[in-house]
Design a protein around this ligand. Sequence first.
Ligand SMILES: Cc1cc2nc3c(=O)[nH]c(=O)nc-3n(C[C@H](O)[C@H](O)[C@H](O)COP(=O)(O)OP(=O)(O)OC[C@H]3O[C@@H](n4cnc5c(N)ncnc54)[C@H](O)[C@@H]3O)c2cc1C
Length: 401
Amino acid sequence: MITHHTEVLVAGLGPVGATAALSLARRGIAVTAIEPLASSATDLRASTYHAPTLEILDDLGAAGTLFGQGLKAPVYQYRDRQSGDVFEFDLTEIADRTRFPYRIQCEQHRVTASIVEQVQGEPSATVLQGQRVLFVEQDEEGVTAYVESANAVERWRARHLLATDGASSVVRKVLGLQFPGFTYDDRFVCFSTEHPIEEAFDNLSHVNYISDPKEWMVVLRVPGMWRVLVPAPAGFSDAQLVSEDYKNGVFGRMLGRDCDVATRHRTIYRVHQRVCERFAVGRILLAGDAVHLNSPMGGFGMNSGVHDAINACDKLVQVLRHGADAAQQTALYERQRQTITRDFVQAQTIESTRLMRDGWASARAERADALGRLMKDRAARRAYLLKQAMFTSLEQAAAIQ
Ligand SMILES: Cc1cc2nc3c(=O)[nH]c(=O)nc-3n(C[C@H](O)[C@H](O)[C@H](O)COP(=O)(O)OP(=O)(O)OC[C@H]3O[C@@H](n4cnc5c(N)ncnc54)[C@H](O)[C@@H]3O)c2cc1C
Protein backbone atom coordinates (compact mmCIF):
# COMPACT_ATOMS: atom_id res chain seq x y z
CA MET A 1 0.00 0.00 0.00
CA ILE A 2 1.30 3.46 -0.90
CA THR A 3 2.05 5.76 2.06
CA HIS A 4 1.90 9.57 1.62
CA HIS A 5 3.15 12.10 4.15
CA THR A 6 1.85 15.44 5.36
CA GLU A 7 1.93 17.47 8.58
CA VAL A 8 -1.81 17.70 9.34
CA LEU A 9 -4.67 15.71 7.88
CA VAL A 10 -8.09 17.33 7.86
CA ALA A 11 -10.91 14.76 7.54
CA GLY A 12 -13.96 16.50 6.02
CA LEU A 13 -14.34 19.81 4.20
CA GLY A 14 -17.58 21.22 5.57
CA PRO A 15 -17.45 24.76 6.94
CA VAL A 16 -15.35 23.67 9.94
CA GLY A 17 -12.77 21.58 8.08
CA ALA A 18 -12.46 24.13 5.26
CA THR A 19 -11.76 26.92 7.75
CA ALA A 20 -9.20 24.76 9.56
CA ALA A 21 -7.44 23.72 6.35
CA LEU A 22 -7.17 27.34 5.21
CA SER A 23 -5.98 28.54 8.60
CA LEU A 24 -3.20 25.93 8.68
CA ALA A 25 -2.19 26.41 5.03
CA ARG A 26 -2.03 30.21 5.42
CA ARG A 27 0.48 29.63 8.23
CA GLY A 28 2.68 27.41 6.05
CA ILE A 29 1.66 24.06 7.56
CA ALA A 30 1.55 21.19 5.05
CA VAL A 31 -2.10 20.17 5.21
CA THR A 32 -3.99 17.47 3.31
CA ALA A 33 -7.78 17.67 3.37
CA ILE A 34 -9.96 14.70 2.49
CA GLU A 35 -13.58 15.12 1.38
CA PRO A 36 -15.93 12.48 -0.11
CA LEU A 37 -18.09 15.00 -2.00
CA ALA A 38 -16.95 16.58 -5.24
CA SER A 39 -18.40 19.94 -4.12
CA SER A 40 -20.01 21.37 -0.97
CA ALA A 41 -23.38 19.87 0.02
CA THR A 42 -26.12 22.37 -0.93
CA ASP A 43 -28.81 21.33 1.57
CA LEU A 44 -30.44 24.00 3.73
CA ARG A 45 -28.31 24.28 6.82
CA ALA A 46 -26.52 27.17 8.51
CA SER A 47 -27.23 30.64 7.23
CA THR A 48 -26.25 32.92 10.13
CA TYR A 49 -22.65 34.10 10.57
CA HIS A 50 -22.09 35.86 13.88
CA ALA A 51 -19.65 38.76 14.30
CA PRO A 52 -16.70 36.80 15.80
CA THR A 53 -16.95 34.27 12.96
CA LEU A 54 -16.93 37.15 10.46
CA GLU A 55 -13.77 38.46 12.15
CA ILE A 56 -12.12 35.02 11.97
CA LEU A 57 -12.97 34.57 8.29
CA ASP A 58 -12.02 38.14 7.43
CA ASP A 59 -8.65 37.72 9.18
CA LEU A 60 -8.12 34.63 7.01
CA GLY A 61 -9.01 36.61 3.87
CA ALA A 62 -11.97 34.25 3.45
CA ALA A 63 -14.96 36.53 3.97
CA GLY A 64 -15.28 37.76 0.37
CA THR A 65 -18.36 35.63 -0.42
CA LEU A 66 -20.04 36.65 2.83
CA PHE A 67 -19.56 40.36 2.24
CA GLY A 68 -20.17 40.09 -1.52
CA GLN A 69 -23.28 37.88 -1.49
CA GLY A 70 -24.59 37.83 2.10
CA LEU A 71 -27.23 40.07 3.67
CA LYS A 72 -26.26 42.25 6.61
CA ALA A 73 -28.63 41.80 9.56
CA PRO A 74 -27.84 44.38 12.26
CA VAL A 75 -31.25 43.78 13.86
CA TYR A 76 -32.99 40.60 14.94
CA GLN A 77 -36.52 40.37 16.22
CA TYR A 78 -38.55 38.29 18.62
CA ARG A 79 -42.20 38.53 17.62
CA ASP A 80 -45.30 37.22 19.31
CA ARG A 81 -47.85 36.30 16.70
CA GLN A 82 -50.77 36.50 19.11
CA SER A 83 -50.05 39.71 20.96
CA GLY A 84 -48.29 41.43 18.05
CA ASP A 85 -45.39 42.41 20.37
CA VAL A 86 -42.05 42.93 18.62
CA PHE A 87 -38.80 42.97 20.63
CA GLU A 88 -35.92 44.24 18.54
CA PHE A 89 -32.22 43.72 19.26
CA ASP A 90 -29.77 45.97 17.46
CA LEU A 91 -26.16 44.83 17.15
CA THR A 92 -24.96 48.36 16.41
CA GLU A 93 -25.16 48.76 20.22
CA ILE A 94 -21.95 46.68 20.37
CA ALA A 95 -20.22 48.52 17.51
CA ASP A 96 -17.41 49.48 19.91
CA ARG A 97 -16.62 45.75 20.38
CA THR A 98 -16.51 44.56 16.77
CA ARG A 99 -15.81 45.87 13.30
CA PHE A 100 -18.85 43.83 12.15
CA PRO A 101 -21.82 44.85 14.33
CA TYR A 102 -24.30 42.61 12.51
CA ARG A 103 -24.97 39.02 11.51
CA ILE A 104 -24.49 38.05 7.89
CA GLN A 105 -27.13 35.84 6.37
CA CYS A 106 -25.70 33.58 3.67
CA GLU A 107 -26.04 29.83 3.06
CA GLN A 108 -23.08 27.88 4.42
CA HIS A 109 -22.48 25.99 1.17
CA ARG A 110 -21.70 29.21 -0.75
CA VAL A 111 -19.14 30.27 1.83
CA THR A 112 -17.66 26.80 2.24
CA ALA A 113 -17.21 26.34 -1.51
CA SER A 114 -15.28 29.61 -1.74
CA ILE A 115 -13.06 28.69 1.22
CA VAL A 116 -12.29 25.29 -0.33
CA GLU A 117 -11.28 27.08 -3.53
CA GLN A 118 -8.86 29.20 -1.54
CA VAL A 119 -7.43 26.11 0.17
CA GLN A 120 -6.83 24.60 -3.27
CA GLY A 121 -4.80 27.68 -4.21
CA GLU A 122 -2.45 27.39 -1.20
CA PRO A 123 0.99 25.95 -1.99
CA SER A 124 1.19 23.93 1.23
CA ALA A 125 -2.31 22.43 0.88
CA THR A 126 -3.57 19.33 -0.94
CA VAL A 127 -7.31 18.78 -1.36
CA LEU A 128 -8.46 15.23 -2.11
CA GLN A 129 -12.09 15.39 -3.19
CA GLY A 130 -13.99 12.17 -3.90
CA GLN A 131 -12.01 10.39 -1.15
CA ARG A 132 -12.92 9.45 2.40
CA VAL A 133 -11.26 8.40 5.60
CA LEU A 134 -12.03 4.75 6.36
CA PHE A 135 -9.95 4.16 9.47
CA VAL A 136 -7.36 5.89 11.67
CA GLU A 137 -4.71 4.69 14.08
CA GLN A 138 -1.99 6.51 15.99
CA ASP A 139 1.30 6.03 17.81
CA GLU A 140 3.77 8.26 19.67
CA GLU A 141 5.01 9.91 16.47
CA GLY A 142 1.87 10.52 14.49
CA VAL A 143 -1.42 9.41 12.94
CA THR A 144 -2.09 7.06 10.04
CA ALA A 145 -5.31 7.42 8.07
CA TYR A 146 -6.54 4.87 5.53
CA VAL A 147 -8.13 6.83 2.72
CA GLU A 148 -10.37 5.35 0.05
CA SER A 149 -10.57 6.77 -3.49
CA ALA A 150 -12.41 5.34 -6.51
CA ASN A 151 -9.48 3.03 -7.28
CA ALA A 152 -7.56 2.33 -4.12
CA VAL A 153 -7.10 2.56 -0.39
CA GLU A 154 -3.94 4.49 0.47
CA ARG A 155 -2.20 5.35 3.70
CA TRP A 156 -1.65 8.95 4.81
CA ARG A 157 0.77 9.60 7.62
CA ALA A 158 0.67 12.93 9.52
CA ARG A 159 1.83 14.48 12.81
CA HIS A 160 -1.80 15.27 13.67
CA LEU A 161 -5.31 14.68 12.35
CA LEU A 162 -8.22 17.07 12.72
CA ALA A 163 -11.55 15.24 12.45
CA THR A 164 -14.17 17.55 10.97
CA ASP A 165 -16.19 14.79 9.33
CA GLY A 166 -19.60 15.85 10.61
CA ALA A 167 -22.34 14.33 12.74
CA SER A 168 -21.69 10.73 11.61
CA SER A 169 -17.92 11.12 12.10
CA VAL A 170 -16.02 7.95 11.18
CA VAL A 171 -13.05 9.16 13.22
CA ARG A 172 -15.22 9.53 16.35
CA LYS A 173 -16.56 6.01 15.80
CA VAL A 174 -13.12 4.48 15.17
CA LEU A 175 -11.92 6.05 18.43
CA GLY A 176 -14.94 4.46 20.14
CA LEU A 177 -16.07 7.75 21.67
CA GLN A 178 -19.47 8.13 23.30
CA PHE A 179 -21.68 10.95 22.01
CA PRO A 180 -24.16 11.39 24.86
CA GLY A 181 -27.18 13.68 24.84
CA PHE A 182 -30.68 13.43 23.49
CA THR A 183 -32.83 13.81 20.38
CA TYR A 184 -36.03 15.87 20.48
CA ASP A 185 -39.18 13.86 19.79
CA ASP A 186 -40.53 16.46 17.40
CA ARG A 187 -39.03 17.13 14.00
CA PHE A 188 -38.61 20.48 12.28
CA VAL A 189 -39.65 21.33 8.74
CA CYS A 190 -37.75 23.97 6.78
CA PHE A 191 -39.24 25.64 3.69
CA SER A 192 -37.46 28.05 1.41
CA THR A 193 -39.33 30.45 -0.84
CA GLU A 194 -38.80 33.46 -3.05
CA HIS A 195 -42.26 34.73 -2.06
CA PRO A 196 -42.06 38.30 -0.66
CA ILE A 197 -43.31 37.33 2.79
CA GLU A 198 -41.96 40.60 4.23
CA GLU A 199 -44.98 42.29 2.60
CA ALA A 200 -47.29 40.58 5.10
CA PHE A 201 -45.42 42.01 8.11
CA ASP A 202 -44.61 45.43 9.38
CA ASN A 203 -40.83 46.02 9.30
CA LEU A 204 -39.77 42.35 9.25
CA SER A 205 -36.00 42.04 9.82
CA HIS A 206 -33.73 39.45 8.16
CA VAL A 207 -33.72 37.32 11.35
CA ASN A 208 -36.97 36.66 13.24
CA TYR A 209 -38.04 34.32 16.00
CA ILE A 210 -41.83 34.30 15.95
CA SER A 211 -43.64 32.77 18.89
CA ASP A 212 -47.16 31.41 18.76
CA PRO A 213 -48.98 29.04 21.09
CA LYS A 214 -49.81 26.72 18.22
CA GLU A 215 -46.96 27.11 15.75
CA TRP A 216 -43.74 29.01 16.43
CA MET A 217 -41.45 29.88 13.54
CA VAL A 218 -37.93 30.96 12.73
CA VAL A 219 -38.00 33.18 9.65
CA LEU A 220 -34.65 34.00 8.09
CA ARG A 221 -33.72 35.82 4.95
CA VAL A 222 -30.83 34.59 2.80
CA PRO A 223 -29.82 35.99 -0.59
CA GLY A 224 -32.86 35.73 -2.89
CA MET A 225 -34.98 33.64 -0.50
CA TRP A 226 -36.75 33.39 2.82
CA ARG A 227 -36.31 30.30 4.99
CA VAL A 228 -39.13 29.33 7.31
CA LEU A 229 -38.54 26.74 10.03
CA VAL A 230 -41.56 25.31 11.89
CA PRO A 231 -42.07 22.41 14.33
CA ALA A 232 -43.66 19.37 12.71
CA PRO A 233 -46.98 18.43 14.32
CA ALA A 234 -46.98 15.02 16.03
CA GLY A 235 -48.46 12.19 14.02
CA PHE A 236 -47.72 13.64 10.58
CA SER A 237 -45.83 11.36 8.18
CA ASP A 238 -42.87 12.70 6.21
CA ALA A 239 -45.03 12.67 3.06
CA GLN A 240 -47.67 14.80 4.80
CA LEU A 241 -45.07 17.28 6.04
CA VAL A 242 -43.77 18.00 2.56
CA SER A 243 -47.25 17.96 0.97
CA GLU A 244 -48.90 20.94 -0.74
CA ASP A 245 -51.64 20.96 1.90
CA TYR A 246 -49.30 21.23 4.84
CA LYS A 247 -47.10 23.82 3.13
CA ASN A 248 -50.15 25.93 2.17
CA GLY A 249 -51.40 25.67 5.76
CA VAL A 250 -48.09 26.95 7.20
CA PHE A 251 -47.90 29.91 4.81
CA GLY A 252 -51.64 30.57 5.07
CA ARG A 253 -51.41 30.85 8.88
CA MET A 254 -48.30 32.97 8.56
CA LEU A 255 -49.55 35.37 5.91
CA GLY A 256 -53.14 35.45 7.19
CA ARG A 257 -54.80 34.43 3.94
CA ASP A 258 -55.22 31.40 1.68
CA CYS A 259 -52.28 31.19 -0.67
CA ASP A 260 -50.21 28.85 -2.77
CA VAL A 261 -46.62 29.90 -2.07
CA ALA A 262 -44.04 28.29 -4.36
CA THR A 263 -41.16 26.72 -2.43
CA ARG A 264 -37.64 25.78 -3.49
CA HIS A 265 -36.92 23.36 -0.64
CA ARG A 266 -39.03 21.41 1.85
CA THR A 267 -36.77 19.61 4.27
CA ILE A 268 -37.47 17.62 7.45
CA TYR A 269 -34.89 17.61 10.27
CA ARG A 270 -34.37 15.72 13.47
CA VAL A 271 -32.75 17.85 16.15
CA HIS A 272 -30.15 16.57 18.61
CA GLN A 273 -28.37 17.95 21.66
CA ARG A 274 -25.15 15.99 22.05
CA VAL A 275 -21.56 16.58 23.20
CA CYS A 276 -18.81 14.04 22.62
CA GLU A 277 -16.98 12.72 25.69
CA ARG A 278 -13.60 13.75 24.21
CA PHE A 279 -12.54 16.56 21.83
CA ALA A 280 -8.96 15.25 21.56
CA VAL A 281 -7.40 11.80 21.84
CA GLY A 282 -3.63 11.62 21.51
CA ARG A 283 -2.70 13.33 18.26
CA ILE A 284 -6.26 13.46 16.95
CA LEU A 285 -8.41 16.55 17.56
CA LEU A 286 -12.13 16.58 16.75
CA ALA A 287 -14.20 19.67 15.92
CA GLY A 288 -17.60 20.86 14.73
CA ASP A 289 -20.57 18.53 14.29
CA ALA A 290 -18.22 15.55 14.79
CA VAL A 291 -18.27 16.41 18.53
CA HIS A 292 -21.34 18.57 19.13
CA LEU A 293 -24.89 18.85 17.83
CA ASN A 294 -27.52 21.35 18.90
CA SER A 295 -30.83 22.85 17.94
CA PRO A 296 -30.50 25.53 15.23
CA MET A 297 -32.05 28.12 17.58
CA GLY A 298 -29.69 31.10 17.69
CA GLY A 299 -27.42 29.89 14.89
CA PHE A 300 -24.61 28.47 17.05
CA GLY A 301 -23.78 25.07 15.49
CA MET A 302 -21.55 25.99 12.59
CA ASN A 303 -20.31 29.17 14.25
CA SER A 304 -19.08 27.26 17.29
CA GLY A 305 -17.51 24.67 14.98
CA VAL A 306 -15.54 27.43 13.25
CA HIS A 307 -14.48 28.65 16.70
CA ASP A 308 -13.29 25.08 17.49
CA ALA A 309 -11.38 25.00 14.20
CA ILE A 310 -9.43 28.19 14.88
CA ASN A 311 -8.69 27.20 18.47
CA ALA A 312 -7.43 23.77 17.32
CA CYS A 313 -5.30 25.28 14.54
CA ASP A 314 -3.71 27.79 16.92
CA LYS A 315 -2.69 24.90 19.18
CA LEU A 316 -1.32 22.86 16.25
CA VAL A 317 0.75 25.82 15.04
CA GLN A 318 2.18 26.18 18.56
CA VAL A 319 3.20 22.50 18.47
CA LEU A 320 4.44 22.29 14.89
CA ARG A 321 6.20 25.67 14.59
CA HIS A 322 6.97 26.82 18.12
CA GLY A 323 7.93 23.59 19.88
CA ALA A 324 5.01 23.55 22.32
CA ASP A 325 4.15 20.28 24.02
CA ALA A 326 1.58 18.38 21.93
CA ALA A 327 -0.15 16.67 24.85
CA GLN A 328 -0.55 19.95 26.75
CA GLN A 329 -1.86 21.84 23.74
CA THR A 330 -4.41 19.21 22.71
CA ALA A 331 -5.60 18.89 26.32
CA LEU A 332 -6.00 22.68 26.50
CA TYR A 333 -7.99 22.64 23.25
CA GLU A 334 -10.30 20.01 24.71
CA ARG A 335 -10.77 21.88 28.01
CA GLN A 336 -11.53 25.18 26.32
CA ARG A 337 -13.87 24.04 23.59
CA GLN A 338 -15.67 21.21 25.39
CA THR A 339 -16.38 23.44 28.39
CA ILE A 340 -17.81 26.20 26.21
CA THR A 341 -19.83 23.72 24.19
CA ARG A 342 -21.45 22.34 27.34
CA ASP A 343 -21.79 25.54 29.37
CA PHE A 344 -22.80 27.92 26.61
CA VAL A 345 -23.85 26.35 23.30
CA GLN A 346 -25.78 23.42 24.77
CA ALA A 347 -27.24 25.32 27.71
CA GLN A 348 -28.35 28.24 25.55
CA THR A 349 -29.85 26.22 22.69
CA ILE A 350 -31.70 23.87 25.06
CA GLU A 351 -33.15 26.88 26.88
CA SER A 352 -34.10 28.75 23.68
CA THR A 353 -35.72 25.65 22.26
CA ARG A 354 -37.66 25.13 25.51
CA LEU A 355 -38.97 28.68 25.40
CA MET A 356 -40.08 28.21 21.80
CA ARG A 357 -41.79 24.83 22.21
CA ASP A 358 -42.74 23.81 25.76
CA GLY A 359 -45.60 24.73 28.11
CA TRP A 360 -46.33 27.57 25.83
CA ALA A 361 -48.56 29.79 27.95
CA SER A 362 -46.10 30.07 30.85
CA ALA A 363 -42.98 30.00 28.65
CA ARG A 364 -44.45 32.80 26.58
CA ALA A 365 -45.12 35.00 29.58
CA GLU A 366 -41.65 34.19 30.95
CA ARG A 367 -40.04 35.15 27.69
CA ALA A 368 -42.04 38.33 27.23
CA ASP A 369 -41.04 39.40 30.77
CA ALA A 370 -37.38 38.67 30.16
CA LEU A 371 -37.34 40.44 26.80
CA GLY A 372 -39.27 43.39 28.24
CA ARG A 373 -36.68 43.78 31.02
CA LEU A 374 -33.83 43.72 28.47
CA MET A 375 -35.54 46.45 26.43
CA LYS A 376 -35.42 48.76 29.46
CA ASP A 377 -31.91 47.96 30.72
CA ARG A 378 -29.08 49.06 28.42
CA ALA A 379 -26.26 47.30 30.33
CA ALA A 380 -28.18 44.00 30.51
CA ARG A 381 -29.05 44.32 26.82
CA ARG A 382 -25.39 44.84 25.93
CA ALA A 383 -24.43 41.71 27.91
CA TYR A 384 -27.21 39.81 26.11
CA LEU A 385 -26.09 41.01 22.67
CA LEU A 386 -22.45 40.05 23.39
CA LYS A 387 -23.56 36.64 24.63
CA GLN A 388 -25.87 35.90 21.70
CA ALA A 389 -23.21 37.10 19.24
CA MET A 390 -20.86 34.52 20.87
CA PHE A 391 -18.22 37.02 22.05
CA THR A 392 -18.72 36.07 25.69
CA SER A 393 -18.18 32.36 25.03
CA LEU A 394 -14.93 33.07 23.16
CA GLU A 395 -13.67 35.19 26.05
CA GLN A 396 -14.64 32.49 28.54
CA ALA A 397 -12.84 29.84 26.47
CA ALA A 398 -9.66 31.95 26.27
CA ALA A 399 -9.68 32.34 30.07
CA ILE A 400 -9.63 28.54 30.62
CA GLN A 401 -6.06 27.35 31.23
C1 LIG B 1 -31.81 23.46 9.46
C2 LIG B 1 -30.46 23.79 10.01
C3 LIG B 1 -30.15 25.11 10.20
C4 LIG B 1 -28.92 25.45 10.75
N1 LIG B 1 -28.63 26.78 10.93
C5 LIG B 1 -27.47 27.13 11.49
C6 LIG B 1 -27.12 28.52 11.61
O1 LIG B 1 -27.84 29.43 11.19
N2 LIG B 1 -25.91 28.82 12.18
C7 LIG B 1 -25.07 27.84 12.61
O2 LIG B 1 -23.99 28.18 13.15
N3 LIG B 1 -25.33 26.51 12.43
C8 LIG B 1 -26.51 26.12 11.88
N4 LIG B 1 -26.77 24.80 11.66
C9 LIG B 1 -25.75 23.78 12.00
C10 LIG B 1 -24.67 23.68 10.90
O3 LIG B 1 -25.25 23.43 9.65
C11 LIG B 1 -23.65 22.60 11.27
O4 LIG B 1 -23.25 22.81 12.60
C12 LIG B 1 -22.42 22.65 10.34
O5 LIG B 1 -22.72 22.17 9.05
C13 LIG B 1 -21.29 21.78 10.91
O6 LIG B 1 -20.18 21.86 10.07
P1 LIG B 1 -19.10 20.69 10.04
O7 LIG B 1 -18.07 21.15 9.06
O8 LIG B 1 -18.69 20.34 11.42
O9 LIG B 1 -19.89 19.41 9.53
P2 LIG B 1 -20.54 19.16 8.09
O10 LIG B 1 -21.07 20.43 7.52
O11 LIG B 1 -21.48 18.03 8.26
O12 LIG B 1 -19.30 18.71 7.20
C14 LIG B 1 -18.67 17.46 7.39
C15 LIG B 1 -17.93 17.10 6.12
O13 LIG B 1 -17.22 15.86 6.34
C16 LIG B 1 -17.38 15.06 5.19
N5 LIG B 1 -17.18 13.65 5.57
C17 LIG B 1 -18.11 12.77 6.03
N6 LIG B 1 -17.55 11.56 6.22
C18 LIG B 1 -16.24 11.66 5.89
C19 LIG B 1 -15.15 10.74 5.88
N7 LIG B 1 -15.30 9.46 6.22
N8 LIG B 1 -13.93 11.19 5.50
C20 LIG B 1 -13.76 12.50 5.16
N9 LIG B 1 -14.77 13.41 5.14
C21 LIG B 1 -15.98 12.99 5.51
C22 LIG B 1 -18.78 15.37 4.68
O14 LIG B 1 -18.93 15.04 3.31
C23 LIG B 1 -18.88 16.87 4.93
O15 LIG B 1 -18.44 17.63 3.84
C24 LIG B 1 -27.97 24.43 11.10
C25 LIG B 1 -28.28 23.08 10.86
C26 LIG B 1 -29.50 22.76 10.33
C27 LIG B 1 -29.82 21.32 10.07
